[in-house]
Design a protein around this ligand. Structure first.
Ligand code: CTP
Length: 404
């Protein structure tokens, strides 16, 4: 499994750096090409020569110490890595990773890599329990960074508790598992997927607008699941209550008309369209150029119908695979199948938004997926990420068949 794999091993400044030497040795013995990056503080605990001897490669400690003039070493390493492992990871490095700070070779490489990242923290028990550290770890986890939990035991600072770096054997097993997973076939590899997410914003005047309750969570989860399945993802998004995911091409669209333009402009280079956005059905007929004054006792806002983006895409779908969403409060199947046919979808994801745990703002959803022939899968109450993963698993084989 490790033979010929390039593993970038980032070592931070902590007493546990000595365990990283044992890990480096195991990885090299298993045939991996181990490239060690040490932070300046790590070199206070273990000499770079130790890692150099174990890995049989130069150890990089300085971003600007470019040994090979034909490459930029932090980009070269970031690109070549099959996996980046940070062990031990200090609270400082976790904070830098969470906030995108790139002020040394390791943090810069971590920002530049697209390879999976495994992090094994080691620190004092109070540090690992500090809200700042916990928040940083949660943020990183959200972005797909994997953690190898520290163990309990005697810490170098004298405390007994959680914070010890996992043992080299455990680190080694986690690395092998991560590489095995990275080698699994990606069901959407080579596919270009366009996902829409969030609610549209329809302006009334310079300070007022109409929108809806969509958080964008489901669409974002779908974009992430498609990305993780190997697709090249474009995310056209409106108003979101969650951060944008990494590794996707994100395009902002405010109104339904903006979203229509953004989607149609990208349709030619798209294989699969997944329309999770909550698009306003109507917009103000005219947008007042100045703030509307409250002169009269009543006011009437004239609304006009927005174009249906999904239907427009459906009518020009060609060989593309189209997935629509349907938010319903009654007669789920009937309305969903009606929308599927009207909008020329291949699959439609319906949810009864009146049900507890389904719908707009929460982290969970209860969806049923239909195709032309009827129900494909009725999913139970699931986290939106899991529901999105299962949806992508339904889309991938059907879309592959389509192209053939
Ligand atoms: N949709 C769209 N453009 C619109 C309205 C809806 O692309 N102007 C898409 C949504 O992104 C979703 C699907 O159509 O994928 C269904 O949206 P929904 O609001 O459930 O349906 P509507 O077409 O608005 O139908 P109705 O108002 O009758 O429920």
């Amino acid at each position: 499994m490790l033979q010929g794999k390039t593993i970038v091993l980032g070592v931070c400044g902590g007493i546990a750096a000595y365990k990283a030497a044992a890990l480096c040795s195991k990885l090299a013995q298993a045939g991996a090409d181990v490239r060690v990056i040490m932070t300046a503080s790590a070199t206070k605990f273990v000499a770079p020569l130790t890692f150099q001897t174990l890995s049989r490669h130069d150890v990089i400690t300085d971003t600007f110490d470019e040994k090979d003039a034909s490459v930029v070493s932090h980009i070269d390493l970031a690109d070549r890595a099959d996996l980046v492992v940070v062990a031990p990871a200090t609270a400082n490095m976790l904070a830098k990773m969470a906030h995108g700070i790139a002020d040394d070779m390791l943090s810069t490489t971590l920002l530049a890599t697209l390879a999976p990242v495994l992090v094994a923290p080691a620190m004092n028990v109070h540090m690992i329990d500090h809200p700042a550290v916990k928040e940083n770890m949660a943020k990183l986890e959200e972005r797909g960074v994997r953690f190898i939990e520290p163990g309990f035991g005697q810490l170098a600072c004298g405390y007994v508790g959680k914070g010890r770096l996992a043992e080299p054997d455990e680190l080694f097993a986690a690395i092998a598992a991560a590489l095995r997973e990275a080698e699994q076939p990606k069901p959407l590899a080579g596919k270009r997927v366009l996902v829409t997410a969030g609610g549209t914003v329809e302006r009334i005047d310079p300070v007022r607008y109409m929108t809806n309750d969509s958080s964008g969570k489901m669409g974002i989860a779908v974009a992430e699941a498609a990305r993780d399945a190997g697709a090249q993802v474009t995310l056209v998004y409106g108003k979101l209550a969650v951060p944008l995911p990494s590794g996707v091409d994100a395009v902002r669209a405010e109104s339904a008309l903006d979203m229509l333009d953004a989607v149609m402009a990208r349709l030619p280079e798209t294989d699969i369209v997944i329309k999770a956005a909550a698009v306003a059905d109507y917009r103000a007929e005219t947008i007042a150029p100045q703030k509307i004054k409250k002169n009269a006792e009543t006011m009437t806002l004239q609304l006009v119908k927005n174009p249906d983006i999904l239907q427009t895409v459906g009518e020009r779908k060609g060989n593309r695979f189209i997935v629509g969403f349907a938010a319903e409060t009654e007669q789920l199947e009937q309305h969903a199948l009606d929308k599927l046919r009207r909008k020329h979808c291949d699959l439609i994801v319906a949810n009864d938004v009146s049900q507890e745990g389904a719908g707009f703002r929460g982290d969970t959803n209860i969806v049923s997926v239909y195709d032309e022939a009827g129900l494909v899968e009725a999913m139970p109450l699931l986290g939106k990420k899991e529901a999105a993963r299962r949806l992508v698993a339904l889309i991938a084989p059907r879309a592959a068949e389509r192209r053939a």
